[in-house]
Ligand binder design. Structure first.
Ligand code: CP
Length: 310
């Protein structure tokens, strides 16, 4: 049986994603999910900080009856000079059923996969990819629009994602250039036919085939979804903007910008309050930040099941 890694969103075909979403829907209905990861052990090793991704993977595995061993990088032998290839080979020799990792270098997960015989799941690698974040974002969008289109709230069946997302328009706002969340979302959303506009100051954009804008006011009346991103200061070699306050003056999602428009607002977190999104919008029902977090656990349950049982 071939090992299924999840390094980037392109590792999954559209029909596989649809299957993962349907499995995720079932966790909304079942109060007690089946213990399909019973007797399976997973290692989490995060070389970069995380709140959401690390904890939601660990909860997801435990919800399905699996065991998690968290390797604390600050106490691991990487601090004694062991290479990450040797760390990966060492962990693999303990025969885990999967390793979930995060690293500040783009390509790290792909590199680790060369030294293991179990699935590697990328929890974020540098500015390259964050596939499970993009999947949970897409799932959240799908659920929001399904609810808008169906009033009876019967979640036992949800139409296919392509149909739900037909003609939907998103603006992805912020530090596009340094964001693995942007990269993974652009790949995934475009495959599902979502119309994408990238909104940022020029220093946060790259050359792209997608529409771009430097001004939120120019696009606000032509979108259904706003995805705000954090300024990735940890990936800037030098300060390439005046101040976060200057940035916020033009790119913060505010009460005034949103008005009474029927737009959903997403953010992968962590949010810079009143820089990325203002306090008012963060507590508005159109803002789905905490729904994204909740969906993150269920999506990761479905992804772990998929990778282990396919
Ligand atoms: N969205 C996300 O990756 O958040 P964490 O850094 O907290 O995992």
């Amino acid at each position: 049986m071939r090992i299924r890694h999840l390094i980037r969103t392109t590792d999954l075909q559209l029909n596989e994603i649809e299957g993962i979403f349907r499995h995720t829907d079932s966790f909304s209905i079942d109060t007690q999910p089946k213990k399909i990861l019973e007797n399976k052990r997973f290692i989490t090793i995060f070389f970069e900080n995380s709140t959401r991704t690390l904890s939601s993977f660990e909860i997801a595995i435990k919800n399905l009856g699996g065991e998690v061993i968290r390797l604390d990088v600050s106490k691991s032998s990487t601090s004694k000079g062991e290479s990450i290839a040797d760390t990966a080979a060492t962990l693999n020799a303990m025969q885990p059923h999967g390793i979930i990792t995060r690293h500040n270098s783009a390509g790290a997960s792909n590199f680790l996969a060369r030294f293991t015989s179990c699935p590697i799941i990328n929890g974020g690698d540098g500015a390259h990819a964050h596939p499970t974040q993009a999947l949970l974002d897409l799932y959240t969008i799908r659920r929001c629009f399904w609810h808008k289109q169906n009033s009876n709230n019967d979640l036992s069946y949800i139409d296919d994602t392509l149909k739900i997302l037909k003609n939907k328009r998103i603006a992805i706002v912020g530090d596009i250039k340094n964001s693995r969340v942007a990269n993974s979302n652009i790949e995934l959303l475009s495959r599902f036919g979502v119309d994408i506009t990238l909104v940022a100051p020029p220093h946060f954009l790259y050359k792209t085939r997608f529409k771009t804008s430097y001004n939120l006011h120019d696009i606000i009346d032509n979108i259904d979804i706003l995805m705000s991103l954090r300024t990735q200061t940890e990936r800037h070699n030098n300060q390439i903007y005046g101040s976060l306050k200057d940035y916020a003056n033009r790119f913060c999602i505010t009460k005034e910008l949103l008005g009474d428009r029927d737009i959903i607002v997403l953010h992968p977190g962590p949010v810079h309050r009143n820089i990325d999104i203002d306090d008012y919008v963060l507590s508005d029902s159109r803002c789905k930040v905490l729904q994204q977090v909740g969906n993150g656990v269920k999506i990761r349950m479905a992804i772990m099941s998929f990778l282990i049982h396919n």
